[in-house]
Design a binder for this molecule. Structure first.
Ligand code: HEM
Length: 483
């Protein structure tokens, strides 16, 4: 192995970086100890703010290949040719935990996929539970304040934490459907290889003729779906808290792949108002008997990151990263997600976050945005504005690919609650669960709710009873509440 000699960050030789420069053997350290000062100052700055949500995660690289052309539905370049390989980076995460949290605890898992397409990055930022607890993004900070630790003690267990959680949920009964997933065994996970993924929000696909359809995304794990029960989750949180991150890394390091199939549900735009549920409401699924799953392609993860901080911690996903052929619907949660991801990433990582290796598009970036902290890329020459003639008018505006979809909106400007049924899908889900699934769902809710204050227990029980009287009664009985 070739010899390598120690240097400072300035590249100067360092002869000793294990003993600080002191006056005599037992005297004070000198301010001129540039080796120590540089080393400790860099260490002091090793951390960047953790993500405000989904702070703990694990990632892997790989590729996506469509089985068939989706050209009749979308002009998205990476979905045109069966067999076309598009590189991807995926980050799995835990929504409510901080970076040091345990992998197995009851929570939403994030399932974020970055496709490095020839038309720019497409980020499909999803979760492992198909529905969301709220319908309006303005409530998102409240939701996560209620899920995160108590602001007085910074503690996430016990009566205060349980009361804060159930207080919020009982006042937002649109969370009922979501709760039937979170408190089923779906909420506790020991491997990212066996979770499902969902886009949750409704997106739209647009083809070359400008025809638009609504689309819901699903990821099905090729290794089969597997969750763990609450007891196992608690035990693993103590004995092997990083089990899911380790499992992902070790599987790939051993030469195996981790694979998921992309499936979609498609709905004609005109069918939106004919449904017995609101298709743009992310607290709802689209029933698969009405909107069958269509297999689109396979994602294969086969390469581990070489450095966690550089490639995973500094990775940045955003629902705003779309490509021609993929568009937003008016799903209010999705609308509310378009801005905050880039906003927090400019704060968390810095304005030039898209120049970092995981985030950088695999095609050239052409525009006149410049400078900012830690900038290393720059346009050649003196022409840094548009329109210009000095630069030959470059870069030119990109031609529209096919026809754009026609969108019309009208309505009066107001703050309006989105009306919607809160119980029907949760009821159907409860009633189609197996005896064992119901038992786990009830006992998991009881375990948490039994710690909450009584008035809050009474309020949420009302909603469980409205979902299904047997469901509500079993929970009330479990927490010894006379109703
Ligand atoms: C109003 C609703 C929402 C808001 C305001 C919101 C906001 C955010 C923010 C600010 C981050 C941190 C990003 C970063 O630091 O890089 C984040 C991360 C994330 N969000 Fe959301 N979110 C919302 C809803 C959702 C929904 C519905 C899903 C799933 C479909 C989701 C999935 C994720 C995932 C997976 C991450 C982690 C991405 C990663 O691995 O870096 N979020 N969200």
């Amino acid at each position: 192995m070739a010899k390598r000699y120690l240097t400072s960050n300035q590249g100067a030789p360092v002869n000793d970086d294990q003993n600080s420069l002191s006056v005599g053997e037992r005297g004070p350290i000198l301010l001129e100890d540039i080796v120590f000062l540089e080393k400790i100052s860099h260490f002091d700055r090793e951390r960047i703010p953790e993500r405000v949500v989904h702070a703990k995660g694990a990632g892997a690289f790989g590729f996506f290949i469509p089985y068939q052309s989706m050209a009749s539905l979308t002009k998205a370049n990476f979905l045109q040719d069966p067999g076309k390989k598009t590189p991807v980076f995926v980050r799995f995460s835990i929504a409510g935990s901080s970076v040091g949290g345990a992998d197995t605890v009851r929570d939403i898992r994030g399932f974020a996929v970055k496709f490095y397409t020839e038309e720019g990055n497409y980020d499909l930022v999803g979760n492992h539970i198909p529905v969301f607890p709220i319908r309006d993004p303005i409530q998102f900070p409240d939701l996560f304040h209620a899920l995160k630790p108590d602001p007085v003690t910074n503690v996430r267990g016990g009566p205060v934490a349980a009361s804060r959680f159930w207080d919020f949920m009982s006042l937002r009964p649109e969370s009922m459907n979501f709760l039937t997933y979170l408190f089923a065994d779906n909420g506790t996970v020991k491997s990212y290889r066996t979770i499902q993924g969902y886009g949750v929000n409704t997106y739209s696909w647009v083809n070359l003729c400008g025809e638009e359809v609504y689309v819901k995304y699903h990821w099905e794990p090729c290794a089969g779906v597997e969750y763990i029960d609450s007891k196992t989750a608690v035990q693993l949180a103590g004995t092997d808290p990083d089990i899911a991150s380790r499992d992902l890394f070790d599987t790939i390091a051993a030469g195996h792949t981790v694979e998921f199939e992309m499936r979609v549900q498609i709905m004609n735009i005109e069918a939106e108002c004919e449904q017995p549920f609101d298709p743009l409401d992310p607290t709802k699924i689209w029933p698969e008997n009405l909107f069958p799953l269509m297999s689109v392609g396979r994602m294969v993860l086969n390469k581990n990151p070489e450095n966690f901080f550089v490639e995973v911690e500094q990775s940045a996903f955003s629902p705003a990263a779309i490509v021609p052929g993929i568009d937003f619907s008016n799903d209010r949660i999705l609308q509310g997600r378009i801005f905050p991801y880039g906003d927090t990433q400019r704060y968390r990582i810095g304005v030039n976050y898209l120049e970092l290796p995981t985030n950088m598009p695999r095609r050239s970036v052409e525009n006149m945005m410049q400078d900012g902290a830690m900038q290393t890329l720059y346009n050649q020459g003196v022409v840094n504005y548009l329109p210009n003639t000095l630069g030959g008018g470059m870069p030119m505006e990109a031609p529209e690919k096919g026809k754009p979809a026609q969108k019309f909106v009208s309505g009066s400007v107001a703050r309006q609650e989105i009306a919607g049924d809160n119980y029907y899908q949760a009821r159907c889900r409860y009633r189609t669960m197996s005896v064992l699934e119901r038992k786990h769902l009830v006992s998991n809710i009881v375990e948490s709710l039994s710690q909450a204050y009584e008035p809050i227990q009474r309020r949420i029980i009302e909603h469980f009873l409205r979902t299904d009287s047997e469901f509500g009664s079993r929970i009330a009985q479990g927490i010894n509440l006379i109703i």
